[in-house]
Design a protein around this ligand. Structure first.
Ligand code: ACM
Ligand code: ZN
Length: 691
């Protein structure tokens, strides 16, 4: 059953409804949806006949001349023309005092048979009215535009996307192209992950080695660099691959984004993910040896001098309210033995290395605040004590973000489960190599950032949401774009539309249209039309003899992957493509040894359980499985032993069922899956099926 069928029924309804009692001319009018779904969108009678080039007029008070000019020049890039003495197709009214609009991004778009009127209290609102019209008219390809009135305003002020240009560098042109598409869906923040171990991507005058050396690798892609010696090379090396943005490039990107009402937020990683910095300037790491330190040394004053100098140049380039300082995944191990770090901890009375990281973040926050900027960081900036004005970007679930909100800080939610677009977006066997996981469009769309437990004040401090696209496994522009779209449309609707306006099936139909629009613009989104979808076994409950029966665990499951605890193996729920879906139960460095009680002696002809292999994250098949039966729970007879025949070297996502087929009279079944013995290895199992 499931969504394919439902979707077909829904589409049928959509196609048939307009044919009841409307004129012949009406029939030809397609009523295209808008992403993100507006607050209110009311169909009215008739249609407007739009001829390209579209003619516009902007009506704005004198004080808004600059904003009006900028809007006009943006409309020019779309091929629209000032109406002059002719009748305008679109009248754009900038009405700064108008209190009908709920926010600076709110707008009203009224399409009548005689004209199209957009109004808003700021240029951003008018800009969004135009984006809605571009969707409704399919970039002007539709000539008959159904009359309607849209009243719209965003749910959250922060609707972001993070581009990772460290792992693979992307050109200015590529970034601009994505800014155009982001604007179409009313996303308004581009967070640029400019620095990381895989490459430094920003010209800094004070530290030229960052871009002479740390922006270049003698490898074509991240994977070969990672599996190779992880070295950088000189920019003029014939093997050099990579690149960086000059200051001029950044000014161009920032301005291009600003004209599209998108703020660019730079991220300068500290103190972890900084291998490229210590390769270029080894004295900034604890050992002082190049290619040895992953973290910067917070014991060394030079580290602060470096960070402040870099941030000084960064602030000159980026006018953003926030400066992102990373803060995630610092290893901190060298700090424990580094004399400078130890001296710093003593002098400052710091109890542990978490407090040492917190010391660094506090100092950097003071520096940014003194320059009128706010500090933003990943949720690890909570460890060791949050800096007084910091805003948390929560990626390890939303817990870090909730902790920040409870402490009265602002937060942006970007939980990996829903917002990490580097996870595979369709059945893994249909997709290019990726970091793994499974985050289809539906999953991104299902994210609801506001929970019951939040107070109104905490809701106010929740600035919004962001999707992140890490690029380790994404060497090409086309592949990167494919991972962005259409999933970023789902994130846009999460950030903009009210929950009561959301429906996945309706969104899916709009995403199909919008994907076509992107394709017509030359983009290469993932093709939703051929989506395979979730692991078929997981779509319907599995009914079997052991369903609901009690399971005794002789080996404990991992708390990290508990699924439904003791109910997991007999709840009739089979797992999907990823072990992270709370349906698979995980066992770390351990066998799975469980006994199920069927309640009475029964005739049984099948006993089986499925395991998953995903070599990247150390998920393996069991070495062998032993299945035993008993009538009294005391004397067990071995029914079968099944050996594994899948090589741990196989890099693909694989599933294998280890089962007994035969005839047995049993009440108790003991199922033992032996760990492959690779340290740090996992076994994942979803159900113990008995028939
Ligand atoms: C992160 O994914 N390390 C922020
Ligand atoms: Zn140190």
């Amino acid at each position: 059953m499931g969504r394919r069928r439902l979707y077909a029924v829904w589409l049928f309804a959509l196609l048939t409804v307009p044919f009841s009692g409307v004129s012949a001319a009406e029939e030809a009018v397609a009523v295209r949806g808008v992403i993100p779904a507006p607050v209110s969108d009311v169909r009215t009678e008739g249609f407007y006949e739009l001829k390209m080039p579209c003619r516009f007029v902007i009506r704005a008070p004198h004080g808004e001349a600059v904003a009006a000019d900028e809007l006009g020049s943006y409309l020019g890039t779309l091929g629209w023309q000032p109406a002059g003495k002719e009748r305008p197709d679109v009248e754009l009214r900038l009405e700064p005092g108008d209190r009908r609009f709920a926010s600076d991004e709110a707008y009203r778009l009224e399409i009548t048979p005689r004209r199209i009127v957009a109004s808003a209290r700021t240029a951003a609102g008018l800009f969004y009215a135009v984006q809605s019209l571009l969707q409704i008219s399919d970039d002007g390809r539709l000539t008959h535009i159904a009359c309607r009135t849209i009243e719209d305003a965003p749910r959250f002020g922060y609707r972001g996307f993070m581009i990772d240009v460290s792992r693979h560098f992307r050109s200015v042109e590529f970034v601009e192209r994505q800014l155009d598409a982001m604007a179409l869906f009313k996303l308004n923040r581009l967070h640029m992950h400019l620095t990381d171990g895989a490459g430094w991507r920003l010209e800094i005058e004070r530290y030229p080695r960052l871009t002479e050396l740390a922006a270049w690798r003698p490898y074509a892609d991240w994977e070969s660099w990672w599996k190779g010696d992880r070295r950088y090379c000189e920019a003029d090396d014939p093997q050099a691959r990579g690149g960086y943005y000059t200051k001029e490039d950044i000014r161009r990107i920032v301005e291009y984004a600003r004209r599209r009402h998108i703020e660019v937020i730079p991220e300068i990683e500290m103190p972890g993910h900084s291998d490229e910095v210590t390769a270029a300037y080894p004295e900034l790491g604890c050992t002082g040896v190049p290619y040895k330190d992953y973290d910067l040394c917070p014991g060394n004053e030079q580290t602060f001098e470096f960070l402040e100098n870099v941030l000084g140049e960064v602030m000159e380039l980026f006018p953003s309210e926030y400066i992102h300082v990373g803060g995630d995944e610092a290893g901190k191990s060298a700090w424990r033995t580094c004399p400078k770090c130890q001296a710093r901890m003593q002098a400052e009375g710091l109890q542990d290395v978490d407090e040492l990281q917190s010391y660094l973040i506090h100092r950097i926050e003071r520096y940014l605040n003194a320059h009128g900027r706010k500090l933003l960081g990943w949720d690890e900036i909570l460890d060791g004590g949050l800096a007084p004005n910091a805003t948390v970007m929560s990626w390890r679930g939303v817990e870090g973000g909730m902790k920040a909100l409870r402490a009265g800080h602002r937060a942006i939610f970007s939980p990996g489960e829903f917002c990490y677009l580097d996870y595979t977006q369709d059945a893994p066997f249909t997709q290019p190599a990726s970091i793994g996981g499974y985050t289809p469009l539906r999953k991104v769309y299902s994210f609801e950032p506001v929970s019951e437990e939040m107070t109104p004040e905490q809701e106010r401090l929740l600035l919004g949401v962001q999707a992140n696209l890490w690029a380790e496994w994404i060497p090409t522009d086309a592949h990167y774009e494919y991972m962005m779209w259409p999933r970023l449309m789902a994130l846009s609707e999460v950030g903009w539309s009210l929950p009561e306006r959301k429906s996945y099936d309706a969104f899916h139909a709009r995403a199909l249209e919008a994907s076509e629009q992107l394709r017509a613009r030359g983009y290469e989104p993932f093709d939703l039309r051929t989506e395979y979808g979730e692991r078929p076994e997981s779509l319907a409950p599995k009914h079997h003899l052991a369903e609901g029966c009690t399971v005794h665990y002789a080996t404990p499951w991992s708390r990290q992957y508990a699924a439904s605890g003791a109910a997991t193996l007999t709840d009739g729920v089979l797992g999907g493509w990823t072990y992270g879906d709370r349906r698979w139960q995980g066992f770390l460095d351990s066998d799975v040894d469980v006994t199920v009680d069927l309640g009475r002696v029964q005739q049984v002809h099948y006993i089986g359980a499925t395991f998953m292999q995903s070599a990247g994250p150390y998920v393996w098949m069991p070495r062998q499985v032993e299945i035993y039966g008993s009538q009294d729970g005391e004397a067990y007879e071995r029914l079968t032993t099944v050996h594994n025949d899948i090589s741990p070297k196989c890099p693909d996502l694989l599933f294998k069922t280890f089962a007994y087929d035969g005839a047995a009279e049993v009440r108790y079944i003991r199922y033992v899956a032996r760990s492959g013995g690779i340290p740090g290895g996992w076994l994942f199992v979803d159900e113990l099926v008995v028939q």
